[in-house]
Design a protein around this ligand. Structure first.
Ligand SMILES: [Zn+2]
Ligand SMILES: [Zn+2]
Length: 806
């Protein structure tokens, strides 16, 4: 037996016989030795903890972790004594970042809770932990307790950020869980009070039963609020409620709102001071509801202004819609003989093209190609079937240059050479580079046009902005463009003819981005028919995070890779996303003039960025995408080979490459860099948007593979695979707010997976109410999840559909 074992055994032997004094001697001796095993370290950690030497506990626990010790054995005790030992916050972050802690919820959660208690921002880490835990819980019910704890923690963080719709999404996951929730009943209840989800408790059988497990304070609150809701509360009961003191902070906070609500229920007047105080709770649906109950139509402004905080609450949508309708009374028009023909881009994303017909006048909105599946071009044969020729269509309007909206324009131009095409100047310029690049990916037969067609089309495009007229037989279309955010030059389109107004959002973003401002519509704009994109209407993944958090996440990811000396490849769509990323890098890293690493751009990103630059400078913005530390990779390998350049640069580490395509398509610039990076442990590939299901990017992102095929060769996957959230589309809440605000007589949802149900493990019920279901169930006008190859016709306020096959 070696010296260490001898000391160790003696210590344990003595300790087991309660001879602590003597055991202590051997422990202290052992601690001075080298090459201590993990078992010994564990015993030593316990010993020093017992005698209150927390600094020693920390250093021993850290030593154990570095030697690969069991996280469950060493991390919790580290977290516990960390504060007592007066250690620095960086030490705690260090443990989180090393040793793979984030993959083990039980170990990770206490660290995040401790960091949060110290005032650290752990939101992104908590979101990541939630995703990890959800995957584990889907596989095994053994994770239920930790799953619930992680989600409850995240709910508190979302509440702290006043991100109530997202907090409700997480809370619904738990409320609808099909298992025993009794040990969490009180926590679930107070969160439901805070987030105005009590109605779920009244209508859901499981939750009704669960309410029987509530502690006395919560149970009392539950009963009295239910009585208010049913308007069965007596004055005495209301007075008692007002005088009570609630211990739970969520209940105590909500008590004031329910006092006012109860006052309404017993039929008493609310003072103007009380209403002013209610308005301070503008993120709470209950507050808005009270304001509307008291102020009626005058409450509209308040509701409109804050609606985004409760757009996921059915009752809020219903009331908002009712007010909007009252405001717009007398403005409705006869929609008979109005037809919407969805040629493509109705369901899912790709192939957007919609024919609008009003009393015999026709106009086409967008002509995009499909991004996946058998067909590339939308089925324009449907127009022939409907007996509509090129002469009948007054124009084609392109909303923006993304290929799912613009790339079938040359095909249509070939089919209908005389049909005018309108777009913004920015869109035309971007189409020139984006569409020319398509020939690398498609043969002319597949895509329906060749280079000659493309250039004829571009020449044929009329550049317009703001507002203009398009002649039609015996009348004209009045067309108004509204900048739609999303990408450079993107517009939403208002069409007016024969007294009918039709609004098409194209792809839009309400939030400002670095390259383009969000869409702003006139506050009094009401329309007859709304056709709205719905990309995130049934997807809680992307748009739920604030823009700032999305950006911070990107920066954090890049920093991490740079700190370990790796390279990061960001495969990005050439148009829009890449330019956003470049500007974000400028903003976060260039405060001291130089990037702390090299940034290269390659592929089509370069040409598009030049176009962006010319418009950014027109707007008087000082930033330029392509100066100061952003290098065009091509200028380095123009003489030599790309391989040689990649090898030379990558071997040094600390590079950030932004290259198209976004999904590592064979032959693309990004796929060439990926070949070098994908097998390097230190490096990372960070995807930033849509990835085709058949692409290399998709299999990497879904963690399905150990090997990946790039440009026909197999590579081992060693690099870290990340995903960046940077939305250029409206969130579910924004889609809903926009739809209700425009007060249409019918809503068509396009460009999204409208009826897809977002499901979470072991849960039943609508955890993420979709934009479609919220609008359909709460607006009193037709709300349609548009399908492709379908004609929608209005007759006496109703919408009828004909679906065409082939
Ligand atoms: Zn788009
Ligand atoms: Zn699109």
């Amino acid at each position: 037996m070696g010296r260490n074992e001898e000391l160790f055994h003696k210590a344990v032997f003595l300790e087991n016989r309660h001879r602590f004094q003597e055991a202590a001697f051997y422990y202290e001796e052992l601690a001075k030795q080298k090459d201590i095993t993990l078992d010994m370290l564990h015993a030593l950690v316990q010993y020093f903890y017992k005698i209150g030497n927390y600094e020693k506990v920390l250093s021993l626990a850290k030593e154990a972790l570095e030697k690969g010790g069991d996280l469950e054995k060493f991390v919790p005790i580290f977290v516990e004594v960390w504060r007592k030992a007066g250690s620095k916050i960086e030490e705690l972050w260090g443990v989180y970042e090393q040793y793979g802690v984030s993959k083990q919820p039980k170990v990770c959660l206490p660290i995040l809770q401790q960091l949060w208690a110290q005032g650290e921002n752990v939101y992104l880490e908590a979101v990541e932990l939630c995703e990890v835990t959800e995957r584990l819980f889907a596989e095994s019910i053994a994770y239920q307790d930790i799953y619930m704890d992680v989600i409850l923690f995240l709910i508190v963080l979302e509440i702290e950020k006043e991100n109530f719709p997202q907090a409700r999404f997480h809370l619904r996951k738990l409320l609808f869980l099909q298992s025993d929730l009794s040990n969490k009943a009180d926590e679930l209840f107070v969160c439901s009070v805070k987030l105005d989800l009590l109605e779920e408790w009244w209508k859901n059988e499981n939750l009704k039963n669960l309410s029987l497990c509530l502690c006395e304070e919560n149970w009392d609150f539950f009963l009295i609020v239910q009585k208010m809701h049913q308007r069965k509360i007596t004055k005495e009961e209301w007075q008692q409620f007002c005088q009570r003191t609630f211990v739970d902070p969520f209940l105590a906070e909500k008590q004031f709102l329910y006092m006012v609500y109860g006052k309404l229920a017993i039929g008493e007047e609310i003072s103007s001071q009380e209403i002013e105080k209610v308005k301070q709770f503008h993120t709470h649906w209950l507050a808005a509801k009270i304001v509307v109950m008291v102020d009626g139509l005058k409450g509209y402004d308040f509701l409109h202004h804050h609606f985004i905080h409760y757009a996921d609450v059915g009752e809020a949508v219903r009331i908002f819609h009712r007010l909007e309708k009252t405001r717009g009374i007398g403005k409705k028009h006869d929609l008979d003989q109005v037809t919407i023909t969805v040629l493509g881009g109705g369901e899912k994303i790709g192939g957007s093209s919609i024919l609008i017909s009003v009393k015999g006048h026709h106009i086409l909105l967008d002509a995009g190609i499909y991004l996946e599946g058998e067909n590339v071009i939308p089925n324009y044969a449907l127009l022939d079937q409907l007996n509509i020729s090129g002469h009948d269509i007054d124009a084609l309007i392109i909303t923006h240059a993304h290929i799912d909206h613009s790339a079938a324009a040359p095909y249509l131009h070939r089919k209908y050479p005389n049909m005018p095409i309108y777009a913004t100047e920015e869109t035309k310029q971007l189409m020139e580079v984006i569409l020319a690049d398509l020939f690398k990916q498609y043969r002319a037969e597949e895509i329906g046009f060749d280079e000659a067609d493309l250039y004829k089309t571009l020449e044929h495009i009329k550049c317009v902005r703001h507002s203009f007229f398009i002649p039609s037989k015996d009348d004209e279309w009045k067309v108004t463009f509204y900048y739609a955010g999303h990408i450079l030059g993107a517009v939403a389109v208002l069409l007016e003819i024969k007294g009918v107004s039709i609004f098409y959002t194209g792809d839009f973003s309400i939030t400002d981005q670095k390259t383009v401002k969000g869409m702003v519509l006139p506050s009094n704009l009401h329309v007859d028919v709304l056709i709205t994109e719905n990309t995130y209407g049934s997807l809680p993944m992307n748009a739920c995070m604030s823009r700032k958090e999305q950006e911070e996440q990107l920066i954090k990811q890049i920093k991490k890779v740079m700190d370990r000396g790796g390279n990061i490849l960001i495969p990005a769509f050439a148009l829009g996303r890449a330019q956003e990323i470049i500007l974000i890098l400028h903003e976060y890293f260039q405060s001291n003039r130089f990037f702390p690493f090299f940034v290269y751009i390659d592929g089509l990103v370069v040409e598009v960025s030049h176009i962006y630059d010319s418009y950014l400078s027109l707007e008087g913005k000082h930033v330029s995408l392509l100066t100061k530390g952003i290098w065009e990779a091509r200028s380095f390998y123009r003489q030599g080979s790309l391989e040689e350049f990649i090898e030379r640069v990558m071997s040094q580490g600390k590079n950030c490459i932004i290259a198209s395509s976004g999904m590592l398509a064979d032959g693309s610039a990004s796929s060439r860099y990926a070949e070098r990076i994908v097998s390097d442990k230190k490096s990372a590939i960070a995807f930033s948007g849509y990835v085709d299901e058949e692409s290399a990017g998709h299999s990497l992102l879904n963690h399905q593979v150990n090997m990946v095929k790039l440009n026909g060769r197999l590579y081992a996957v060693e690099a870290e695979i990340l995903s960046i959230r940077l939305s250029a589309h409206a969130s579910r809440e924004e889609v809903i707010k926009n739809a209700v605000s425009l007060n249409p007589s019918a809503v068509f949802l396009v460009h999204g997976d409208h009826e897809r149900k977002y499901s979470v493990p072991r849960s039943q019920g609508e955890v993420y109410p979709t934009a479609f279901s919220l609008l359909k169930n709460n607006m009193t006008v037709p709300v349609i999840a548009a399908k492709n190859h379908t004609v929608y016709t209005f007759l006496r306020g109703e919408v009828f559909e004909w679906r065409y096959n082939g």
